[in-house]
Write a protein that binds this ligand. Structure first.
Ligand SMILES: [Zn+2]
Length: 352
């Protein structure tokens, strides 16, 4: 039994069909084929420059794909990669894609602790900003947050200057409403201000949440199953958040001496990646996280101001959890729009 994280059958329809607009996000963790975590075969940072570079060609393929599709993505660059390929980084930005940060040296936060992690993600952001000449606001941690996160994780991310994070899997405790349903994006209050969290989409199978919309899992899953869950997710108004690595589109990439499962996950169905991406954006083109948040903010404003257009007695209730576009107490703009939790109600329009 596979399903989205909450049922959509009982979701009332609103006057705008959310499914047709910016509801499918593509994100790319820009790293090399050898940036595999939790394997003794992974080379250390001093060996990286000696290994065959595959990143530039693979990023070029992704840029071409997105250009032909008229779509955008959020590219989470490693600071290390930005230093090596500054022109490619600027080309990503100039093509209209959002640039986020994946840290500098691909360090998993749980292994290195808060001090080293803070230093790494601050350095990564500084390198990207130096190359781009503009602020970088969105972050994704290597290896994702798989254990609910250390209590310091989000504080450190916000402290390093980020106002948006996409390091978690949809359906975690923090993203659930009182009725136990995922709300999609949500706002985390940290010691350094609000942080907008945009979780990666998940699939429920046998009562477990699966990383089905990214990397080796995306390549492994049957396309029809991905389509079905994507459709149901879209009907709930939550974004579908897909993630990739450049190596996921590289059919000739070398592979480290990984274990049996690791090697299988590395090579399985690499030829299907682009076909699955095309199917997933069949109804709605991929957009970046920034575009999604901007659109969602506009939509919420439109719904809150459009009582006469709302069908029947069904409307959208907007409950303002926080205002991430302004840092608390400073009035500093972060570059991201206001993101509110959206709850549907049969009582009418309420904007707080
Ligand atoms: Zn990574």
């Amino acid at each position: 039994m596979c399903d989205a994280l909450d049922g959509s059958r009982d979701q009332p329809r609103t006057f705008l069909n959310l499914e047709r607009y910016a509801t499918r996000i593509l994100s790319v963790d820009v790293e090399e084929w050898f940036h595999i975590l939790h394997s003794p075969a992974t080379p250390n940072v001093y060996q990286w420059d000696e290994l065959e570079p595959r990143l530039p060609g693979n990023v070029e393929m992704l840029l071409t794909f997105l250009d032909e599709a008229g779509a955008h993505a959020t590219f989470f660059w490693l600071g290390w990669a930005a230093e090596k390929y500054p022109k490619l980084l600027r080309r990503c930005r100039d093509a209209g894609h959002e640039i986020g940060c994946h840290g500098y040296g691909h360090l998993p936060y749980a292994r290195v602790g808060p001090e080293v992690f803070r230093e790494d993600i601050t350095r990564g952001r500084a390198v990207l900003q130096e190359v781009l000449g503009e602020s970088v606001r969105c972050f994704r941690t290597p290896g994702f947050v798989v254990d609910g996160g250390r209590d310091w994780f989000f504080d450190v991310v916000a402290e390093a200057g980020y106002t948006c994070d996409s390091s978690t899997l949809d359906g975690g405790a923090a993203s659930l409403s009182r009725r136990g349903r995922s709300t999609g994006t949500y706002v985390i209050k940290t010691n350094s201000g609000p942080l907008v969290e945009v979780p990666v989409s998940a699939m429920m199978m046998g009562g477990r949440r699966l990383w089905s919309f990214g990397g080796g899992y995306l390549r492994l899953m049957p396309a029809v199953l991905l389509d079905r869950v994507a459709e149901r997710t879209a009907r709930t108004g939550r974004p579908l958040v897909v993630y990739l690595h450049p190596r996921d589109v590289d059919r000739q990439s070398p592979c480290l001496r990984l274990g049996l499962w690791g090697r299988f996950k590395f090579v399985v169905n690499r030829k299907t990646t682009f076909a699955k991406l095309r199917r997933l954006q069949n109804r709605s083109r991929f957009c970046s996280i920034r575009e999604f948040l901007t659109f969602r903010s506009m939509l919420e404003s439109a719904n809150a101001e459009s009582r006469p257009i709302v069908r029947r007695d069904v409307a959208i209730q907007v409950t303002d959890v926080a205002r991430p576009h302004e840092r608390e107490g400073t009035g500093q703009r972060t570059g991201y729009p206001d993101t509110s939790r959206v709850h549907r109600t049969r009582r009418g329009v309420h904007a707080e």
